[in-house]
Write a protein that binds this ligand. Structure first.
Ligand code: SF4
Ligand code: SF4
Length: 329
């Protein structure tokens, strides 16, 4: 596994970072004991960097799996809108992760320049937290090209997470080429660039998973890549791809044939944009939220990119689990 140092902060992140959205209690795709075991397996394979955020509810898993392990790096994020909210969230993160100093802390999911301006107080607190020694590296995460451009102009930003995948899927305001231009500016400004959603929330996982991961791991503007994982085979395959190694035929076949399920998160806003896109009529509305008939879903991946809330995920089914209809509250 290769590692990259974040600016002058001394924080060293692995090229493959483990995204914990799927295993945190928000999505809860694995029982906590299995999730902790998978995290430790990933660490043994060389992954030292684990990605969380307040909404994922996975900080407790990380604390339990890696208590007193100074080699583990945590990327944490907060949707805070004000100085006070960010102050509270950094403090909560330190307590929940049982740490005295955060490694990397980001302003989560900044949607536009206007959104950033409205959350300036939260950014101001992050800058202060870095000066006070509570956080080593700061930055933001975004699915917007204009925000990636803005991040290049922020002198204090060390680490920037951008939605980046082979299809340019999930970007709010442009395509892959425009994001590459923004990433180029980030690199020129000395920022560490972390690609998130390399499989577009699993939407590329049926036909293109290997090509999509090879694309990001070989991309010259990408320093590290966050991938959500729920099985040992995914960890093994993704570590090999991060190291630019060939996968064994068995592992490759296993991942291609792995059963999957569609999950719609409860941040669905009921816009109905996904409903007519589905070629198999697997999606329908119920009480103002999208729901899925799993039997009808053939994992084509067409619905995810049209969702303005990034609420749709296609994920592997853990070996012991029966596929059931996704719950939407
Ligand atoms: S992945 Fe394809 S088949 Fe499944 S719900 Fe989405 S659009 Fe329909
Ligand atoms: S497109 Fe997304 S937000 Fe809109 S109904 Fe479908 S799942 Fe919900």
């Amino acid at each position: 596994m290769q590692y990259v140092t974040v600016g002058s902060t001394g924080v060293k992140v692995s090229r493959l970072c483990f995204g914990t959205l799927q295993i945190g209690s928000f999505m809860a795709q694995l029982p906590p004991i299995q999730a902790a075991e998978l995290l430790m397996f990933a660490f043994e394979k060389g992954i030292n960097t684990f990605d969380t955020a307040r909404p994922f509810r996975s900080r407790d898993l990380l604390a339990n799996a890696f208590r007193n392990n100074p080699e583990v790096i945590v990327i944490d994020k907060s949707p805070a809108r004000t100085y006070e909210e960010m102050e509270r969230d950094v403090a909560e993160s330190l307590v929940e992760l049982d740490r005295e100093e955060a490694d990397i802390f980001l302003l989560y999911d900044v949607r536009s320049r206007e959104d950033f301006a409205m959350r300036q107080g939260a950014w101001d607190y992050l800058k202060e937290a870095k000066e006070m020694g509570l956080v080593k590296a700061i930055g933001l995460s975004t699915l917007s090209i204009e925000v990636a451009q803005l991040a290049a102009e922020l002198p204090e930003a060390d680490f920037v997470q951008v939605v980046f995948n082979i299809e340019g899927a999930g970007l709010l305001d442009g395509g892959r080429d425009e994001m590459e231009q923004a990433m180029s500016r980030l690199k020129e400004a000395g920022k560490t660039v972390c690609a998130i959603k390399p499989l577009a929330g699993g939407m590329l996982s049926r036909d293109k998973w290997k090509e999509a991961l090879e694309f990001v791991f070989r991309h010259p503007l990408v320093d590290c890549v966050c991938v959500g994982m729920t099985t040992h085979e995914e960890v093994e395959a993704n570590c090999a791809l991060a190291d630019k190694e060939e996968l064994s035929a068995d592992l490759s076949q296993h991942l291609t044939q792995m059963p999957r399920k569609l999950v719609i998160l409860d941040w669905c806003n009921g816009c109905e944009a996904c409903i007519p896109i589905c070629p198999t009529q697997a999606l329908y509305m119920h009480s103002g939220f999208a729901k899925v008939i799993q039997d009808r879903c053939d994992w084509c991946g067409k619905c995810g990119p049209v969702c303005p809330e990034q609420a749709i995920f296609l994920i592997p089914v853990p070996p012991t689990e029966k596929v059931e209809e996704a719950e939407v509250e």
